[in-house]
Design a protein around this ligand. Structure first.
Ligand code: MN
Length: 235
């Protein structure tokens, strides 16, 4: 009987911030190792035992490693670096909603979130995918028809998860970390219905930035650009 290939293993390592993350990525990809590296030197690597050994030999002598759970990564990514900008615009149109926009490949992928984002991991907010917007629209604040728009939050974001972007979005599960003025920490978008107007759920991940209870859109209604609320703008 032919022997089966060696089972994948996973390890975590702390190589320190002297490493070159891009070089680690290139070596990992050569070796077929999946996982991620942070500029701080933290590494999660999973793959064949020999490939993990070769990667750690490349990273350096004496770097402490520990066994970890195989998580099923499909890429070797850099974590902890910005993937672009995000913005949340509060928009009074026919219906009141918040537009979450993430920069992906030069456009702002967009979701209309009727109740707005939440920092409570127990709260799942409906997010209806809408047409891409240009980056030039991100700063827009003002009246629009009978309604108006304020910039409710903005900042940069990191892509996360086990699958590379934009494929993660195409497959309907995308994990990301927001660095905004109001929204911070990990979030997930999970597609629940495909079709002409795909429906997703926007969910805060459990981390140090999560907050049970409360409703940040009600607690902090003002624009991060002008300090005005949408009601004041429309007043
Ligand atoms: Mn809108």
């Amino acid at each position: 009987m032919a022997s089966s290939p060696p089972r994948n293993r996973a390890l975590r390592a702390s190589a320190g911030d002297g490493i070159d993350p891009m070089a680690v990525v290139a070596r990992a990809r050569d070796l077929g190792v999946m996982g991620w590296v942070r500029p701080t030197g933290e590494i999660h690597a999973e793959g064949a035992p020999g490939a993990l050994e070769a990667l750690m030999a490349f990273v350096g002598e004496g770097v402490p490693t520990e066994r970890a759970r195989v998580e099923g990564h499909e890429q070797f990514a850099i974590r902890g670096v910005s993937a672009g900008v995000f913005v949340v615009q509060e928009h009074q149109a026919t219906a009141h909603h918040y537009d979450l926009r993430l920069e992906v490949d030069g456009v702002m992928r967009s979701w209309a979130v009727p109740k707005g984002p939440s920092l409570d991991p127990a709260v799942k907010r409906l997010a209806v995918e809408v047409e891409d917007h240009s980056l030039g629209h991100n700063d827009f604040e003002g009246t629009l028809g009978d309604g108006g728009v304020i910039v409710w939050d903005r900042g940069t974001y990191e892509q996360g998860g086990r699958v590379a972007w934009p494929e993660a979005l195409e497959r309907g599960h995308a994990v990301f970390v927001l660095h905004g003025e109001k929204l911070r920490g990990g979030f997930a978008l999970q597609r629940t219905r495909e079709g002409a107007k795909p429906q997703w759920l926007l969910i805060k991940r459990r981390d140090d930035e999560a907050r049970a209870g409360g409703d940040i859109v009600a607690e902090q209604p003002e624009s991060v650009v002008s300090g005005r609320t949408l009601a004041e703008l429309l007043g």
